[in-house]
Design a protein around this ligand. Sequence first.
Ligand SMILES: NC(=O)c1ccc[n+]([C@@H]2O[C@H](COP(=O)([O-])OP(=O)(O)OC[C@H]3O[C@@H](n4cnc5c(N)ncnc54)[C@H](O)[C@@H]3O)[C@@H](O)[C@H]2O)c1
Length: 441
Amino acid sequence: MNRRKFLSNTALTTAGIGMTGILKAQNLISSPAPSDTVNIGLIGCRNMGYGDLQQHLANQGVKCTALCDIDENVLNEKAADVKKRYDQSPVLYKDFRKLLEQKDIDAVIIGTPDHWHCLMTVYALQAGKDVYVEKPMANTIAECNIIVKAADYYKERIVQVGQQQRSGFVFQKAIELIKSGKIGKLRRVNIWANFEYGVGQGIVPDEPVPAGVDFDMWLGPAPQRSFNKTRFHGSWRMFWDYGGGLMSDWGVHLLDIALWAKDITVPPEKVLVYGANTYEEPRSRETFDSMNVIYPKSDFVINWDMTAGIQGGPYDSSYGLAFIGDLATLIVDRNKLIMRPEWDDQAKKGKSDEYKFTEGKESHGEHAKNFLECLRTRNKPVCTPVIGRAAALHVHIPNMAARTGESMLIWDDTSGRFTNSEKANQLITPTYRKPWNLPSY
Ligand SMILES: NC(=O)c1ccc[n+]([C@@H]2O[C@H](COP(=O)([O-])OP(=O)(O)OC[C@H]3O[C@@H](n4cnc5c(N)ncnc54)[C@H](O)[C@@H]3O)[C@@H](O)[C@H]2O)c1
């Protein structure tokens, strides 16, 4: 009750933590010389890939020179849109290897399902392109390791992982507040993600591959399967061969922010996991709809709480993080940042400052700007493969525990193995379907 009287709608800018950093980033690329044109090729055009492309094209001096998709319908629709909105006519491809041969492409955006990220990133680096690869960086531990090693091998290349919250004003400010001691000692991070789509779609029979779709090229290194639309565009997320369900879809974004608060760039050493399907109606999916994960860290704990099939959640948000310190709790999602101080009963005041900021915006644009800026400066982007791997392993390892029925997994990052589960070790490296081979670095 007492705490409430401290609630105000103070914007962060008036709380002395302004936007200078972000404005600087915007200015840096506002007026590039014409010779600075950046030519972008997009691989995987349907949803996020095309969104990423648009965020890049919103900047001066950026051109779309190629589009690639295995679905001709998607490819033609997006090509028409690029022509209409930007008056540009990219070369169109169904095979990404051909796109990578196009000499004038500086950078590629990889917006395919997760099972393709590793191969495409490695091939793009080999072809001398800079890479913006969507999250999660890859679909297995081994593939994440390969990307880190390949990026290190081609260290002159820029690789940005699409965890765009790293470029978001609200999250940057949350991290600033935590690191400057405003919430006191960080003791716990509670993270939640409740989304209806996470239960997958209703079950439908397999059907012939739609006209214009190269389904073999969609499957790529994944096992041969018949076509079913609930395992295809968008809903592939709920099948282990292509994605990791809600745990990985939202987990990489939110766990990334928890790790950032302590600059953790390594995988979890230990996870305690509950994973189950508690949604009543049968759905077309393999991934879990209910997961709880405890990540014990050296001096605090991260707690993941996920329920698919619903949309409500704590603090009026279906997803978010609550950073709990001994002076205050800081609640953050993409739109809002709220700091609620603990009450000091003796001093009759809050133990810390109070903030409420509710005007956060999408951060894809800033993340694309950061990538473009790095293409020009050759500096490291805000989300490197090492950061992408740390976040991805924080979601893959709990998924592996739930899949193998282990309630705890212990990971040894030096040997690259679990010390307590041979069953989980079997899932570290995917078996690629011929003619595709897992790259080695
Ligand atoms: N950063 C974010 O907030 C965010 C949000 C949504 C999705 N994503 C990520 O973006 C990626 C794509 O997700 P989506 O929702 O756009 O999926 P989607 O299924 O809607 O689109 C994927 C596209 O890739 C194409 N594709 C598949 N295999 C291909 C290949 N071999 N060559 C060329 N094109 C191929 C498909 O035909 C489809 O058009 C995923 O990794 C996802 O996790 C990130």
